[in-house]
Design a protein around this ligand. Structure first.
Ligand code: DC
Length: 218
């Protein structure tokens, strides 16, 4: 394999681990484009529901994935809800959906100079060649509390226990599926943010990327 010349940063981990915030800040720091790949699956799930299909309708999900237009997803408020996250996790289990979204993500990763992508399978499937790989995690309780604070601050009425139950179900589904399950890549560095605030977590993430840059001469 030829050595990587571009700074591709793969940020994987479970829901509400802090990976999205860390990925966005890494992108700003290194002047790289950033793709939150969870938005792609969220958009597919929301489209399936919006078109009146069931979430176990693989043909509908696959069609939604092929017709997906990635521009503007980051501004789409409908994709930020718990329901969208749950729908995303369901359609993400279909290998046909993952296949339909593969090329788009790989093209994003292959931009000259590099890119930051966050998701569940970036370091394992989308960009296994990435020179910098982070797997960001935190306890389910910490993640549920973070997500609950975000959602209640935005006016959503949800109980913390329900949030924790949702997180556990989602973890199990994302890690247990046959198609590209959420798993730490062998060469990814584990970053547990349970006891870290966002500043400390970002510092730690940056250190991991800097070490990777030195290792790869980037
Ligand atoms: O990161 P998120 O919460 O926006 O992701 C929503 C769901 O999408 C997540 O539960 C699993 C799925 N997903 C995936 O399977 N692969 C990715 N690369 C990103 C997200």
């Amino acid at each position: 394999m030829t050595p990587p010349r571009a700074l591709i940063i793969a940020v994987d981990g479970p829901a509400a681990s802090g990976k999205g915030t860390i990925a966005a800040r890494l992108a700003r720091t290194y002047g790289l484009p950033h793709l939150d790949t969870g938005l792609l699956y969220r958009a597919v799930g929301v489209k399936v529901l919006g078109d009146g299909h069931a979430l176990d309708d693989e043909a509908a999900a696959e069609a939604a994935a092929w017709s997906l237009v990635p521009a503007g997803l980051a501004e789409d408020e409908r994709l930020t809800t718990g329901e969208a996250g749950e729908a995303a996790s369901r359609v993400a289990g279909f290998a046909s959906v993952r296949a339909a979204l593969l090329e788009l993500q790989q093209a994003f990763a292959a931009q000259p100079g590099g890119a930051v992508l966050d998701g569940r399978d970036i370091g394992t499937v989308i960009a296994p060649q990435a020179p910098a790989k982070l797997f960001i995690t935190a306890t389910p309780e910490t993640r549920a509390t973070r997500r609950w604070k975000q959602l209640t601050a935005r006016g959503f009425d949800i109980a913390l226990e329900d949030m924790l139950a949702d997180i556990r179900v989602r973890d199990e589904r994302d890690a247990g599926r046959g198609a590209a399950p959420m798993v730490q890549a062998e060469d990814a560095v584990l970053l547990d943010t349970t006891d870290l605030d966002i500043e400390a977590a970002f510092d730690a993430a940056r250190r991991i990327v800097e070490a990777a840059r030195v290792r790869h001469g980037l």
